[in-house]
Design a protein around this ligand. Sequence first.
Ligand code: SF4
Length: 188
Amino acid sequence: MDLFLHCCCGPCAAGSIPQLLESGYQPFCWFYNPNIHPFQEHKARRLAFVELMEQLGLEYAVNAEYPLEDWLRQVADAPEQRCAYCYRSRLEAAAAEAAQRGFKAYTTTLLVSPYQNQELIAEIGRDCAARNGIEFVFQDLRPGFREGQADARERGLYMQKYCGCIYSEKERYAKKPRPVKNEEGIKR
Ligand code: SF4
């Protein structure tokens, strides 16, 4: 069965695609992720996705639109709840694109990550599917996560260090501030 596959990045696509093929799906892969900040990081992940597609010889397309200003405006008042908007903005766009391209079903590589809220992704995915007259395919892809990471590394793909948005970048690096010494050489 043909399946429209929203791809968040190369490594997650590398983990998801073998499992979907195994399940009998023929994926058409599509990149759209305005949640990846800053611009150079977005570019690095987009190019890694393209590299993987070329290596795998799969059909794919890229939407390189980058509405950073609008994305930040949407989450700035309640950044702790940002992931729901982040999922919806991408899945709504993916469902609409899938329907427009004539697909009857879509899914997302977000389902491969143990760091994402799979239940919420499935709920939003189904809602976006219904609004666009198609089906959301739910498959727990997490079992392929580690393998996908290893495969992506072997293929020489860019491996990101944080989820995507500037908030997640801060959480990744600001958690453990390095102890600094004062003038007396005492750590604080
Ligand atoms: S942490 Fe990840 S899923 Fe949540 S808003 Fe940021 S980029 Fe999106």
